[in-house]
Structures are given as structure tokens and as C-alpha cells.
Design a binder for this molecule. Structure first.
Ligand SMILES: [Zn+2]
Length: 392
């Protein structure tokens, strides 16, 4: 080397890449650890708040009825957060020990796979995505970070792993409904996860999905959303998909679907549908809450409406608000068409976590519903609809 370069400069130039090579992975590791152990549990606790942390004692008659009834919840997003569902967590609203304590026989585990930025109830486009950080913070595989389909399939794999390691039975056939103990059913929240064609349907069925929600917060290739831009009905491929889903044993979920998509689907459906989680416009006006004509149409179809527990569905924060919505469905559609659809862990605050369900049983009995009626509301109706759809 003949060029007169000061030694210090040469050393610095040579060391920097080496230092960077050491510090960059360490800094990345520190950031991911902070996200995973700090930010994620903090955000999960805040996003899925429980207003009354319990315990939730009830009278003996209610406890007995609740224990003997088939209790089913049509919608919880517990898989999204990457929480260890085998153990009891002191935050969030659902995990296996708390489901058992709440006397739940069947929990539908819904899978969220894309959430637009600036999420709102009125109008969302499908070209943005706020989930990458959550999937990084929850230490999911990099393939899931930016890909809705892979996120959905990864959460399905997590539920299958949970079922393999615990007493939870994954319901994939009609007979599985009769298995003793806690059961889980996989649901897709929004068919955008399928991509733009229906070619991926079998992949999702093979992964264990037995319920498909037409749309989530934005219009997709199959159906419009109540919160989308155009809010269109079923598209031509959406129309062709409905009979195919029915033949595959998939229950169609109309929660979040646009009014036009609800109307189109009910005109085509030959099997009972669900509206897995939501409310009714009569007690809580809102873009996704069902009006009386929709409730009657769902009753004609033989379907069931799952009433949610959060303010956007019931315009209240207590059990009375849940009861008002349940009573309205019964008054308009009949006792056979109402069920529970908590939306636990769906970025909502609720009056109780899943351990508090006996409280709802007690309140229904006190309202004057008979034991048979309470059993229908708690899960009898949901069981009937799932049995009519699931493959034998
Ligand atoms: Zn939802």
C-alpha cells in the first residue's frame, strides 16, 4: 500500500462492517424480545380487556343447567395473538383452562388473516395490512409476516397442535360433536385468504377449516363486506362457491358480509347458515347489525345468529345488553335461531371472560326462559346447524 492513509482510518473502515455484523443481529434480537415479552402482552391485555375479572359465582340451579347444557360459542379470535392457549393466562378472554371452567363444550376458533390500517366500521380498502408486526412479535414463521393465506394456515396448524397436545377435540365431522369434553372448530374470517380463485378451497378444508366467513372488513373476490368500499353482493365465483362449500361440509358465515351478499347467499343456500358474531339493529343500529327482515330470512333458512358481547354489537357493556339482543332475535325469528357469538379476543372489551358464561345462563333463567329455551340459546341451536353442515 503506497497511498498515505492514516492507520486509524483504515482500522475503522475495516472494523465497522464487523461491528455492524455483531450489533445488528443483537439489536434485532433485543427489539423482537421487547415486542414479544413486552409490547405484545401489554397490547393483548389492553385490546381484549375484561370489564369484570371475576370470579363469577351463580346459583345452584343455573350452575347445574349450565353444566348439563351443550354450550357453544360461534366466534373467538384467540388464535390470532399467539398466546399459549394450553395454560391459563391472566389477560385476554379465552384459553383452554378458562373454556373448561366456563363450561364450554364447543368453541369456534376463528382465524383473522388481514386487518386494514385505519380500521373502521364504515369503509375499508383491502390494500393495506396492519398485522405484520403482530406476526413478528408472536414469533410466527417469516412466511406468515406478509401473507394472509399463510397466516390463516399457520393458525390452523396451531389449533391442530393444541388439539394434539391437550384434551381438545378438533371438530371436522358430525360425529365429533358427540365426543365428550371441550371441542374446537376452525373458522376462516374472510375468504380474501383464499386469494383470487377458489382453487385453494381444498387446501383450507384439508387444514381443518369447517366454517367460512364470506368477507371480513373489506370486499374480496367472492363477496362484499358490510365495511367495504363497494359492499357488493356475491361475485360470479362467490356464487359458484356456495354450493361447493355446502358439498364439502362447510358452514357459511354471514358475519361482516354486506347486505347484498347476505341476500344473495340466502337466495342460494340449501343448508343453514350462521351469522357467527354480531348484533341486531333494533337494539344497536350499525352497519353490520341485522335488521328484522334479515333475521326473518335467516330463520327461513334454518340458520342461527350468534349475539356478541361487545359495545359495537349490543350498544352496551353488560349482560343486560346481551339479553336485549337475544330477546329481540327470539321475538322476531324464534327461539331456534339465536346463539352465542362472543367475539372474545377480537380486539373487543367484554363484561366477562369465557369463565363468566354461567352468569349468562343465570340471567336467561331469571328473565323467564324455560330450561329448554336456555339450552337452545346456549348451544342447542348452534349444534343443530353445525350437524346439518358437517360431513358425516
Ligand atoms: Zn369479526
Amino acid at each position: 500500500m503506497t497511498t498515505a492513509v492514516p492507520g486509524a482510518t483504515v482500522t475503522r473502515k475495516r472494523r465497522w462492517p464487523r461491528r455492524l455484523a455483531l450489533t445488528l443481529p443483537l439489536a434485532t434480537l433485543a427489539i423482537v424480545a421487547l415486542l414479544h415479552f413486552g409490547v405484545l402482552p401489554w397490547f393483548d391485555r389492553k385490546a381484549n380487556a375484561v370489564l369484570d375479572p371475576g370470579p363469577y359465582p351463580v346459583d345452584t340451579a343455573s350452575a347445574r343447567l349450565h353444566r348439563n347444557a351443550f354450550v357453544a360459542d360461534l366466534h373467538a379470535d384467540a388464535l390470532l395473538w399467539g398466546r399459549d392457549l394450553r395454560r391459563r393466562n391472566d389477560y385476554g378472554q379465552v384459553d383452554l383452562p378458562r373454556l373448561v371452567e366456563g363450561g364450554v363444550d364447543l368453541q369456534v376458533f376463528s382465524v383473522v388473516s388481514q386487518v386494514p390500517r385505519g380500521l373502521n366500521y364504515l369503509r375499508n380498502r383491502g390494500d393495506s395490512d396492519s398485522l405484520p408486526l403482530l406476526f413478528i412479535a408472536s414469533l410466527r414463521a417469516p412466511s406468515t409476516w406478509f401473507d394472509a393465506r399463510r397466516r390463516a394456515l399457520a393458525q390452523a396448524a396451531e389449533l391442530r397442535a393444541l388439539a394434539a397436545a391437550t384434551p381438545l377435540t378438533l371438530v371436522t365431522t358430525r360425529g365429533d360433536l358427540d365426543v365428550d369434553g371441550i371441542k374446537g372448530l376452525l373458522a376462516l374470517e374472510g375468504m380474501h385468504a383464499l386469494g383470487d380463485t377458489a382453487d385453494t378451497v381444498e387446501e383450507f378444508v384439508n387444514a381443518g377449516f369447517r366454517m367460512f366467513g364470506l368477507a371480513h372488513f373489506f370486499d374480496n373476490a367472492f363477496a362484499g363486506s358490510a365495511h367495504g368500499v363497494e359492499k357488493y353482493g356475491l361475485t360470479p365465483i362467490g356464487r359458484r362457491l356456495i354450493p361447493r362449500l355446502e358439498s364439502l361440509g362447510i358452514t357459511v358465515d354471514l358475519a361482516h358480509a354486506s347486505p347484498a351478499a347476505i341476500r344473495d347467499t340466502l337466495a342460494l343456500a340449501t343448508r343453514p347458515v350462521v351469522v357467527s358474531h354480531g348484533g341486531v339493529a333494533a337494539t344497536c343500529p350499525g352497519p353490520r347489525n341485522l335488521d328484522d327482515a334479515q333475521l326473518r330470512a335467516i330463520a327461513d333458512n334454518g340458520g342461527v345468529v350468534g349475539i356478541g358481547y361487545w359495545p359495537g354489537a349490543i350498544c352496551g357493556r353488560n349482560i343486560d345488553a346481551i339479553l336485549r339482543a337475544i330477546r329481540h332475535v327470539i321475538d322476531v325469528a324464534g327461539i331456534n335461531h339465536v346463539g352465542l357469538g362472543s367475539d372474545f379476543d377480537g380486539y373487543v372489551s367484554t363484561p366477562f371472560d369465557t369463565r363468566g358464561l354461567p352468569r349468562l345462563t343465570e340471567a336467561l333463567l331469571r328473565t323467564g326462559y324455560t330450561e329448554d329455551e336456555v339450552r337452545a340459546i346456549l348451544g342447542g341451536n348452534v349444534r343443530r346447524v353445525l350437524a346439518a353442515n358437517l360431513p358425516s
